[in-house]
Write a protein that binds this ligand. Structure first.
Ligand code: GLN
Length: 477
């Protein structure tokens, strides 16, 4: 069901928010666990909170009162966002049992708009990963191909929407974690401009890159979610005071006359041929809809991965220093000194990938290496941003792949972290530049695996990006 369909059904009283929530919980009970398909997308269910909210919506509908934008919409929340009454683990052992004392602003906004929050969703530990295999609570399976990864780090958020365990979900994207799993699971995922959605209550990985965004089954629902989530927040100094756009309204405007950039650097060696063909097909559709397709160049693209993995790990090493056994979650037993407690807690609580990143990031920030790594990476980040600014002087949106390959088999890439990092080749530049980007389904491989295409837009122009996405989506159906 789409948000729109659910709304119509609630208004005409052919269903209730309570029964929709119950149907979702029944599906989760049947298929998410090991006795069903073993998707493993939910880490915790927030039944009481969800049903109390559903009852409120049903009371409104019974009285014939106007319904808020997301009335009765069942939504799952990535476990890096806080939600009172449910644990917030970030899929890490170090936060096992941690009960957050406040709601993330994104969570507050969804609930204020009538959404029914079903529970917390699995992800890579502290959102570090591209396959959801770095979760302390087990990997997530791709609902479209159960032997394959759902992508990461927001693998649970993508899988839950693809499996019908939620109508929409929240994820976070630091270097691709919304767009890539959306592509792998055949759903829509939006990375809004940095500052567009509050990060308050988002457990930090790399603060200058972290963003919150929605997953949905279709572009119109994504626009609806974005409209609710976007806006300034006094609790996040990096949230923007720019007026929030009319994202749903923007979808009425045809794409005719839009200039679409196709960056040469995103179509090189290593791009899977079926993905290439699907994207060329999407571009043909845009051309047929009256867009002008222009070749562009983003010359610093080849530096995006090394730059990202310096900036992200450096910020992570600083952010994750707060997990020390004193304030949150796990504390090692049987230790005699304070420093042993720090060491043992962090050794027991963090998984291998998180430790690797803390080590890399601490190294990049250390005296003597700071200029060579961190400072250099910040300079290259500026060059990458300038590439996009120059491109957006000539085009209204950019269309490119989001993943070089279709979803791979569980376990296929876990032995080689570098190979896993290289999967982020098409996603991290937009993250570093702070521009908006999204992934929308554009077909499937001969083997039936979902293919997504990335649309990138200028800072704070989500409207144009969404229009292009809608046009691609419409051409599929
Ligand atoms: N795959 C990237 C990483 O592992 C991106 C993760 C993310 O966006 N949170 O860092």
């Amino acid at each position: 069901m789409t948000i729109q369909e659910l709304r119509t059904a609630l208004v005409s009283r052919t269903t209730t928010a309570t029964s929709v929530a119950e149907q979702h919980y029944a599906r989760i009970a049947a298929d998410d666990g090991p006795s069903g398909k073993g998707i493993n997308s939910y880490l915790a269910l927030s039944r009481d909170r969800a049903l109390a909210q559903a009852a409120k919506i049903d009371a409104l509908a019974a009285k014939g009162d106007p319904l808020p934008a997301l009335a009765g919409v069942p939504v799952g929340i990535k476990d890096v966002l806080t939600m009172t009454g449910s644990p917030a683990t970030a899929s890490s052992l170090i936060l096992k049992g941690y009960m957050p004392p406040y709601d993330a602003t994104a969570v507050t906004r969804l609930e204020a708009a009538g959404a029914v929050l079903l529970g917390k969703l699995n992800c890579d530990e502290f959102a570090m990963g591209s396959s959801n295999e770095n979760s302390a609570y087990g990997p997530v399976r791709n609902p479209r191909a159960l032997d394959r990864v759902p992508g990461g780090s927001s693998g649970g958020s993508a899988a839950a929407v693809a499996a019908g365990f939620a109508v929409a979900s929240l994820g976070s994207d630091t270097g691709g974690s919304i767009r890539q799993p959306a592509a792998f699971c055949g759903v829509v995922g939006v990375l809004p401009t940095y500052g567009r959605i509050s990060r308050f209550g988002l457990i930090a990985f790399a603060s200058s890159l972290d963003r919150v965004g929605p997953f949905t089954t279709n572009v119109r629902d994504a626009a609806t979610m974005l409209g609710v989530l976007a806006g300034q927040d006094a609790k996040d100094a990096t949230s923007s005071d720019r007026p929030v756009g009319d994202y749903v309204g923007a979808l009425e405007k045809p794409v005719k006359g839009l200039r679409i950039g196709v960056p040469a650097e995103y179509f090189g060696e290593g791009l899977n041929s079926e993905i290439r063909a699907a994207i060329e097909n999407a571009l043909d559709g845009l051309r047929a809809a009256g867009c002008e397709i222009k070749k562009i160049t983003l010359p610093h693209t080849k530096y995006a991965i090394p730059t990202y993995y310096v900036v992200a790990t450096a910020e992570a090493s600083a952010n994750l220093s707060r997990f020390d056994g004193v304030r949150f979650g796990l504390r090692a037993d049987g230790v005699k000194t304070l420093s042993a407690m720090f060491r043992e807690t962090r050794d027991q609580g963090f998984g291998a990938e998180v430790k690797r990143r803390i080590l890399l990031g601490t190294y990049a920030l250390s005296a003597g290496y700071y200029d060579a790594y961190y400072l250099k990476a910040q300079q290259v980040r500026t060059l990458l941003t300038r590439d996009f600014l120059a491109a957006f002087a000539e085009v209204d949106a950019i269309v490119a792949p989001i993943t070089p390959t279709p979803p791979w088999k569980l376990g296929e890439k876990t032995a080689d972290p570098l190979q896993m990092y290289l999967e982020d080749i098409y996603s991290v530049a937009a993250s570093l530049a702070g521009i908006c980007a999204m992934s929308v389904p554009c077909g499937q491989t001969a083997a039936g695996l979902p293919i997504g295409v990335q649309i990138m837009g200028p800072h704070f122009n989500e409207e144009t990006m969404l229009r292009v996405a809608l046009s691609i989506e419409t051409a599929q159906t």
